[in-house]
Write a protein that binds this ligand. Structure first.
Ligand code: ADP
Ligand code: ADP
Length: 227
């Protein structure tokens, strides 16, 4: 059964329709790539699934519960407790140190600073970033910054990781390194991943691909074997 699901979601920005009855589901631990042309509604779908946007019609469910009717505060709590995020430009806070950036979801969740920073350093080590913890995140290379963003996205052990063009600002080798690490971390934690990308090479990392066209979702390939 689905862990995260959209049913017939409809959403417009003013006169611009972004979703026109979009349905999507991902099971526990499943990695699903969301492909499709620019402007087709991929990010809007991700934001609806993640409780960042609320569709005008249709349903969003997480773990069987409707979340589209929740108010902003309840959705914010849900995101903090169960979801992780990695976006194209890591959205790190440049003035904070690397370890503070990674620890941020824990600090916002009320975890004590010493413990949060210790966990952050653990994640930095496993992503090959040992030694960077005291640096300002604004000093990092693009590939380092995306690995820091991945550590931050995973540190609260999310049920679902939402990744929107996570390799979009990287060269292909660096992008593959980030994807290898993302998939390994997700598999180990049993995290479901909703991966928005327009790059077929990146979509190859997923168990399954869907394609968004004009605000609706279509199956693209059958489940890949061996994963
Ligand atoms: P994709 O992620 O596939 O590139 P989006 O979901 O970002 O597509 O956008 C879908 C449509 O909604 C596009 O026509 C886009 O221009 C429009 N759109 C997205 N976000 C906004 C916004 N904040 N305000 C106005 N229009 C938007
Ligand atoms: P796009 O996909 O159109 O390029 P981004 O993915 O960069 O846009 O931005 C996603 C939007 O989601 C931004 O408006 C940002 O404010 C919001 N956002 C990013 N992270 C979170 C989060 N953890 N919780 C809530 N909202 C977030």
């Amino acid at each position: 059964s689905a862990l995260i699901e959209a049913r017939d979601a409809v959403l417009s920005f003013g006169a611009t329709p972004a979703l026109r009855g979009a349905s999507f589901e991902a099971g526990p631990g499943e990695i699903v790539a969301v492909m499709g042309p620019s402007g087709s509604g991929k990010s809007t779908l991700l934001h609806c699934l993640a409780g960042i946007l609320t569709p005008e019609k249709g349903e969003i469910r997480f773990d069987g519960q409707r979340i589209d009717g929740l108010d902003e505060q309840a959705r914010s709590t849900l995101r903090r407790q169960h979801f992780g995020f990695v976006f194209q430009f890591g959205q790190l806070v440049p003035e904070l140190t690397v370890e503070e950036n990674v620890a941020l979801p824990l600090l916002l969740g009320g975890i004590r600073r010493a413990g949060a920073l210790r966990q952050a350093c653990g994640w930095l080590e496993r992503l090959g970033l040992e030694g960077t913890q005291g640096r300002r995140s604004g000093e990092l290379s693009g590939g380092q910054a995306q690995r820091v963003a991945l550590a931050r996205g995973m540190i609260n052990r999310p049920r679902v990781l939402f990744a929107d063009e996570p390799t979009g600002s990287l060269d292909s080798l660096t992008g593959e390194q980030v994807m290898d690490l993302m998939v390994a971390a997700a598999r180990e934690q049993g995290t479901t991943v909703v991966l928005v990308t327009h790059e077929p090479r990146v979509a190859m990392y997923a168990d399954r691909e869907v394609i968004v066209r004009d605000g609706t979702v279509h199956a693209l390939t059958a489940e890949r074997s061996g994963s």
